[in-house]
Ligand binder design. Structure first.
Ligand SMILES: NC(=O)c1ccc[n+]([C@@H]2O[C@H](COP(=O)([O-])OP(=O)(O)OC[C@H]3O[C@@H](n4cnc5c(N)ncnc54)[C@H](OP(=O)(O)O)[C@@H]3O)[C@@H](O)[C@H]2O)c1
Length: 430
């Protein structure tokens, strides 16, 4: 006879924590039927007891003392929704030492310390569940762990940061400049007051780290990821990209090539016909290519109280089933291999380039010479306009080795005909 009630210690009652409570209140009966046990929140850790809450909870459940949850033998599972790295790390370790299952929404922590924590959980005969850490309400972790487990995954392409996707969508659809779109995202709650981690691409890189481990069965570290953000991106580039048939998206890309793994986050031009081009506003999506399944895409809300709570409640159902030994732990996460990381220089990409040249004869010829010298061939080249003797030139190259493109770029920079290189982005065709 299994446990009839699984008791939860909830760390945090903010956006995500209150979503979890709300879903258990809304759908408790159905969750009980699915889990085979009642899921009951026994204690909730907060910082400020007086703060108004988005959900109604019995005030006696609240505490500011973490030991009330972590040291309570009656609590089976700790759900961590406080965020940050150090404190959350400490609490999760403590929970595992006290023989509690753990569920977390914390991508920063899982990306930087996930390996160690998963190992500790295994040693303790427990498990850590982290569906909510990537893609909010979109099921991504479970499909990579289970449903696609029979595939050799060759590529994942993701829009996994809602803030930057919102900004890029507004710039594209409303012709807004970067700062106006950012201010609007902040006003609507899609961007934090300090949006640095999102804009610099770090948030997407944390998530790519977590997804790549599962997709490629490898011990990926945050430092393995090449990161370029979207700060200060010009609306001119968004406009020209559209004219050329592309959308600019901040893509998180993981690929397994013959030489190893390529892991990168950067603004990318993708054809408007690509399914990821139509992922708009704060939505997220992950496009996965597997050798058996072909191409699949997961799409939906990448954040928010109820969507993220939805992922955590699914994890709670798994924990309840696990406690009652009705399911085995999922795939083994501690036998990942070390795989070589391919450097960006070894990679081939197509590039978009916008530059400012003196509007004089011979400019195209000097560009052709610089590119030709490095075996860079051009797919498109357009002179956009001429203002005060300066012409704006936009070009897209065919796929070239990055190191060749970079040396062509250096010789263009030295050319007296070229005034300034405004922007350089990678282009992917599919
Ligand atoms: N927001 C989303 O849509 C989303 C989506 C996916 C993943 N996540 C992740 O989920 C986590 C939580 O995000 P959130 O948006 O829910 O944050 P939040 O709204 O700021 O809530 C954090 C909660 O944790 C409590 N807390 C923070 N530090 C604490 C401390 N030292 N001691 C006790 N309680 C503490 C706060 O207590 P008080 O309320 O008393 O201040 C608050 O209730 C983060 O790791 C985030 O990256 C969020």
């Amino acid at each position: 006879m299994g446990k009839r009630t699984v008791k939860v210690g909830l760390l945090g009652l903010g956006t995500v924590g209150s979503g979890v409570v709300k879903i258990l209140q809304m759908n408790g009966e159905q969750v009980t039927r699915r889990a085979g046990a009642k899921i009951e929140v026994k204690r909730i850790l907060v910082r400020d007891m007086e703060r108004p809450r988005a959900v109604e909870v019995n005030p006696q459940l609240l505490t500011t003392n973490p030991d009330d949850l972590l040291h309570d033998p009656d609590i089976d599972v700790i759900v961590e929704t406080i965020g940050g790295v150090d404190r959350a790390h400490k609490y999760i370790e403590e929970a595992l030492h006290h023989k509690k299952f753990v569920i977390t929404a914390n991508k920063d922590l899982m990306a930087t310390a996930g390996d160690d924590l998963l190992l500790l959980a295994q040693k303790q005969g427990l498990n850590i569940y982290y569906e909510a850490s990537v893609g909010g309400g979109i099921p991504l972790i479970r499909p990579l762990k289970h449903s696609l487990g029979g595939n050799r995954i060759t590529r994942i392409l993701g829009i996994i940061n809602g803030t930057t996707n919102y900004i890029l969508t507004r710039m594209s659809l409303e012709n807004m400049d970067f700062n106006t779109a950012l201010a609007e995202a902040q006003a609507k709650g899609f961007a934090e007051q300090d949006p640095a981690s999102d804009l610099e691409g770090k948030d997407a890189a944390y998530k790519l780290c977590i997804l790549s481990r599962l997709a490629f069965n490898s011990r990926v570290r945050f430092k393995d990821i090449y990161i370029q953000g979207i700060e200060g991106l010009s609306k001119r580039d968004v406009f020209y990209a559209g004219e050329l048939g592309y959308a600019i998206k901040l893509l998180a890309i993981g690929e397994e090539l013959q030489g190893g793994l390529v892991l990168r986050v950067h603004p990318t031009l993708i054809p408007l016909t690509h399914p990821l081009a139509s992922v708009l506003n704060e939505n997220n999506a992950l496009f996965v290519v597997g050798d058996a399944v072909g191409e699949v895409m997961f799409y939906g809300p990448g954040a928010g109280s109820l969507p993220t709570g939805s992922s955590i409640v699914a994890d709670l159902i798994d924990v309840a089933r696990n406690i009652n030994r009705q399911v085995e732990n999922s795939i083994i996460e501690n036998n990942f291999q070390e795989k070589r990381i391919v450097s960006m220089d070894e990679l081939s990409s197509a590039f978009y380039l916008r530059l400012q040249a003196r509007d004089k004869p011979g400019v195209f010829a000097s560009l052709a010479t610089a590119f030709g010298g490095e075996q860079v061939s051009l797919d498109m080249i357009i002179q956009k306009r001429s203002v005060q003797g300066m012409a704006e030139i936009v070009l897209v190259t065919h796929k070239v080795e990055e190191k060749n493109f970079n040396s062509a770029l250096r010789s263009i920079q030295r050319s007296p005909a070229i005034n300034k290189i405004n922007s350089v982005f990678r282009v992917i065709e599919k």
